[in-house]
Design a binder for this molecule. Structure first.
Ligand code: NAD
Ligand code: UFG
Length: 331
């Protein structure tokens, strides 16, 4: 297939590019590089032997996106592009609504114009909101009590995709709700390399380990969890990407929704201990107050993807930590 990856130079998109090329697909990337670097294309080539076609285009630039689609001949779009910093979205909601929603509308308009009928969308566990649940199935309500504009954009885009699939009954949509992606490519060439200060746990742990941040601040130890610290479902980025490959095979007209997680939860303190074991170093930390908008425990029920896609996450958190350390030692 000829596949267009929006956001394909980013953390998850770059790993997807590698897997798709390895399977023999013709991959092109559209990205404005707001949160990634053009060198990623050479890294993809180093791993696969193929440098994907690249369009440095902003999804907000409708005419430029149209140009990409004009002679594109794409069979499938995987839509990774978006801004994703939860805290920043609270400070700059309009930036997030404009970038993520308007960008998606432009993309869908161009897909419609050029007859592209398949799209996979990167959604997030955050669409489930604060409902008091800890383990989420795809049938549970979404869009309720979402604590930040970023999460709301993901929910709204899901709704736009559903409406578009009603209007165009040939459209094939897969919504994938990612839990907490971590890790890096085993080659050490690709990983998570945010352009600004990270706010996710793994990148922060890595910065503490490198002495760039003095200590890890653990946001709260009074949740109703195994040790009081926040519990999440961490999934290796390569497993996450394999979930997309499994979903491609099942695409059909209409909308399919899957959680991509492991079904297992790990607390922040457990993550610290695992990191210390993997690296042989002590990780300095301090317990501070809860972070606004955080939930105590968020875990995927991953049964639907297992049953219908025959996909399950295979890699462990230790694998992800080893791969991330390897990536950092090379970069
Ligand atoms: P990332 O920031 O590494 O990649 C996103 C890419 O999109 C970047 O390369 C960025 O330059 C590009 N981009 C942003 N706005 C754009 C625009 N207007 N036009 C063109 N390109 C644009 O993030 P990631 O971790 O790889 O996430 C990929 C997708 O998965 C995002 O949509 C994100 O919201 C979603 N997601 C990520 C996580 C996570 O924890 N990493 C969890 C759930 C969902
Ligand atoms: N945490 C700390 N200290 C830190 C950073 C995080 O204790 O410095 C804790 C958090 O409180 C939470 C856990 O580590 O308990 C994970 O936090 P992350 O920020 O890494 O991840 P979140 O679960 O808060 O959110 C992430 C992405 C969202 C995405 C969501 C999907 O940031 O974009 O996963 O579940 F929507």
């Amino acid at each position: 297939m000829k596949v267009l990856l929006t956001g394909g130079t980013g953390f998850i998109g770059s790993h997807a590019a590698v897997r798709l090329i390895e399977l023999g697909h013709d991959v092109e990337i559209l990205d404005n590089l707001v949160n990634s670097k053009v060198e990623v294309l050479d890294k993809i080539k180093e791993i696969t032997g193929v440098k994907p076609g690249f369009h440095q285009v902003d999804l907000l630039d409708y005419e430029a996106v149209r140009e990409v689609f004009k002679d594109g001949g794409y069979d499938l779009v995987i839509h990774f592009a978006g801004l994703k910093a939860v805290g920043e979205s609270v400070e700059k909601p309009l930036l997030y609504y404009e970038n993520n929603i308007e960008g998606t509308i432009n993309l869908l308009k161009c897909m419609r114009e050029s007859g592209v009928k398949k799209i996979i969308f990167s959604s997030s566990a955050t669409v489930y909101g604060d409902t008091g649940e800890t383990k989420f199935t795809e049938e549970m309500p979404v869009g309720v009590k979402i604590s930040n504009p970023y999460g709301k954009t993901k929910y709204m885009i899901e709704e736009i995709l559903r409406d578009e699939a009603v209007a165009d009954e040939d459209l094939e949509v897969v919504i994938l709700r990612y839990f907490n992606p971590i890790g890096a490519h085993e080659s050490g060439l690709l990983g998570e390399d945010p352009n600004d200060i990270p706010n996710n746990l793994m990148p922060i742990i890595m910065k503490v380990a490198r002495g760039e941040i003095k200590e890890l601040k653990i946001y709260g130890d009074d949740y109703e969890t195994v040790d009081g610290t926040g519990v999440r479902d961490y999934i290796h980025v390569v497993d996450l990407v394999d979930g997309h490959l499994a979903a491609i095979k099942k695409m059909k007209p209409g909308v399919l929704v899957y959680n991509l997680g492991t079904g297992r939860g790990t607390s922040v303190l457990e993550m610290v201990k695992m990191f210390e074991k993997a690296s042989g170093e002590k990780l300095p930390y301090e317990i501070v107050g809860r972070r606004e908008g955080d939930l105590g425990e968020v875990i995927a029920n991953a049964d639907k993807a297992k049953k219908e896609l025959d996909w399950t996450a295979l890699r462990t958190i230790e694998d992800a930590m080893r791969d991330t350390l390897n990536y950092l030692s090379q970069n």
